[in-house]
Design a protein around this ligand. Structure first.
Ligand code: GTP
Ligand code: MG
Length: 348
């Protein structure tokens, strides 16, 4: 394509919530579904993230077409990021907000709101990140009879009145906690205006129930309200340092989330360091090996020449020892503007 070629990138969706409420299990389930449903050759594993491509979104949400005939998928996929602690989420900073386009606030439907749920909610408020509440572990609701890997709306049909009432009770508790925190919320299938009401999606990360709705909802919300934010083009990349990591054979590397443009091996980048901006040249760009075999061990990387936003990628370069997590990463398009880019990083 030409230099002005534009595209809609994948939304960056960050998962957060109280410890043990099921963030990682949810992403594992989504990733497992993606691996099962995808065509060979589509990489789903990124550094610090998982990519669910459009083809998988289409297949997973297909059973919902009878409920929502107008459902279409025109984003290229969704990039999911797990955040085991709030710190990692805070690292995703971006001028005027967060790199996260959307967040999933995972709440154990039986345990309800806990300390870190409130903390996560406050961070989302402060950063103004739109979010969906995932009411997880519905398989643990009294009397629930699981229908593995089916949609929530399908599973509902085979539940007893008692189980349905119990679920609604639990969801109501979550809805009232959200209300106390200043948010109107409702079960997703009762929401009329998604700009005003936070959607609560009941799922089981264990059985997969509700995953089709969750992926359909993310897709629909993003397509309806966020497309402008997702437009990117063939220009020097912008990203953020998620983590700084020692990697055997590569020295100190940074795991980066790229949210704009194209990042290439050989690019000169500027990022923040403990003692001021670091200017360095990308020696290698690393992606996890395709996840055909799920038993991949850490350190199994593939070298690539470039990545296109959105992506999670490991960057190997000299002088990264002092790099700071949460730092912006800017590519220097030409020597003449090096000073400007350094200034931009210093000021951010
Ligand atoms: P941290 O990363 O430590 O904050 O926890 P997490 O939020 O990633 O939770 P994780 O996915 O590790 O799940 C915690 C426990 O809950 C594990 O034992 C899971 O198997 C279990 N679990 C997660 N989702 C479900 C679910 O939908 N149903 C049931 N029954 N158990 C679940
Ligand atoms: Mg986890």
């Amino acid at each position: 394509g030409s230099d002005t070629e534009q595209w809609i990138r994948q939304p960056i969706v960050v998962v957060l919530g109280h410890v043990d409420h099921g963030k990682t299990t949810l992403l594992d389930k989504i990733r497992g579904t993606a691996v099962a449903k995808k065509e060979p050759g589509e990489i789903t594993q990124h550094v610090g993230a998982s990519m669910v491509p459009a083809s998988v979104l289409k297949k997973v949400t297909e059973p919902l077409r009878k409920f929502f005939p107008r459902l279409t998928v025109d984003i290229p996929g969704i990039l999911f990021i797990d955040t085991p602690g709030h710190e990692l989420f805070s690292n995703l900073r971006r001028r005027g907000g967060s790199v996260a386009d959307l967040a999933l606030l995972v709440v154990d439907v039986v345990e309800g709101f806990q300390k870190q749920t409130y903390e996560a909610l406050n961070i989302l408020k402060e950063k103004r990140v739109p979010f969906v509440v995932v009411a997880n572990k519905i398989d643990r609701v009294e009397g629930w009879v699981s229908k593995p890997d089916s949609s929530f709306l399908e599973s509902l049909k085979s539940q007893s009145q008692r189980a349905l009432a119990k679920l609604d009770e639990r969801i109501y508790v979550i809805v009232s906690k959200l209300y106390e925190q200043g948010f109107e919320a409702d079960r997703f299938d009762r929401v009329r205006d998604f700009r005003k009401t936070v959607a609560v999606v009941p799922v089981s990360a264990k059985t997969g129930e509700g995953i089709p709705e969750l992926l359909a909802l993310i897709t629909g919300l993003v397509q309806q309200f966020m497309k402008k934010r997702l437009v990117t083009k063939n220009e020097p990349a912008k990203g953020v340092v998620l983590e700084v990591k020692e990697e055997p054979g590569f020295g100190t590397t940074v795991d980066a989330v790229i949210f704009d443009g194209v990042l290439k091996r050989g690019d000169t980048i500027v990022l923040a360091g403990k003692n001021g901006p670091i200017v360095t040249k990308i020696r290698a760009l690393l992606m996890p090996r395709p996840l055909q075999d799920m038993r991949m061990h850490e350190g199994a990387f593939t070298l690539i020449d470039q990545v296109v936003a959105a992506a999670g990628v490991k960057i190997s370069a000299a002088n990264l020892d002092d790099a700071l997590a949460g730092s912006p990463i800017y590519v220097v398009p030409s020597d003449e503007v090096l000073g400007e880019v350094v200034k931009a990083v210093r000021e951010e």
